[in-house]
Design a protein. Structure first.
Length: 240
């Protein structure tokens, strides 16, 4: 470990051996890094928050430590507990993905974050401090800094989907005519059965911006605001 991990080499021999001090350091790092990621997710009201991220990271770190101790004491060559933890984390992260009534898939970023946090927990449990800190920094930047850039790119994309609520089914024809006049092409319209008995006509509409001027000077938000001002539109919003 000393020759392959820069941070372990700086800290000294105790940090890469299985000792009380190194165990405490690895568990503390696992909890602190998971807490930082969990706080970011909780602040944005996502399904998995502070406690979930800490538990996933902590369990994977402890699993790796146990596997290493079994390897030293009993000569077991396969990381059985760590492998089981990977499977468990995959199930937890998969359950954080939700499908809303507005044809939206939610929780993908949180699910991927949980999975990555679990792998970071394994890395710190193995004493790979450099890999751990680099991966943690990359994860935190990905979920906290990249969303702004992602929103900008989506807002400037030629294609987008909207959740549309009309006051009456008969208004759909007028909506289609208005959209075409604005320079938008309708790629697909799907009726949403979740609102069948609500009294509204609800659709998922896929749109392409064909008008060059519209594409250059207007974002999706401005187009949706214009469509939302129509008298027969009860509600409209972009599907992220």
């Amino acid at each position: 470990m000393k020759g392959t991990d820069i941070i372990a080499a700086v800290l000294g021999r105790w940090s890469w051996e299985i000792s009380a001090g190194s165990i405490l350091l690895r568990i503390l790092l696992s909890v602190l890094m998971a807490a930082a990621v969990g706080c970011e997710r909780s602040s944005k009201r996502h399904s998995a928050g502070l406690r979930t991220f800490i538990l996933v990271s902590l369990s994977s770190t402890v699993a790796m430590l146990i596997d290493l101790m079994l390897l030293e004491s009993m000569g077991i060559s396969l990381p059985v507990i760590s492998a089981a933890t990977v499977v468990g984390a995959a199930m937890v992260s998969g359950n954080s993905i939700l499908f809303s009534s507005r044809s939206q898939i939610k929780g993908l970023t949180t699910s991927a974050g949980l999975w990555t946090c679990e792998l970071i927990g394994l890395a710190v449990g193995a004493g790979l401090y450099t890999v751990t800190l680099v991966a943690f920094a990359a994860l935190l930047c990905s979920i906290s800094l990249l969303p702004a850039a992602e929103r900008y790119l989506k807002d400037r994309s030629n294609h987008f989907e909207v959740h549309l609520e009309l006051k009456s089914r008969e208004d759909l024809q007028d909506f289609v005519a208005t959209v075409r006049q604005l320079g938008l092409k309708i790629d697909d319209i799907e009726s949403n059965p979740a609102y069948l008995h609500s009294g509204l006509s609800v659709y998922t509409v896929s749109l392409t911006i064909e008008n060059h001027e519209l594409r250059q000077h207007k974002g999706h938000g401005e187009m949706i605001q214009a469509l939302g001002s129509l008298a027969y539109v009860s509600h409209i919003e972009e599907i992220s």
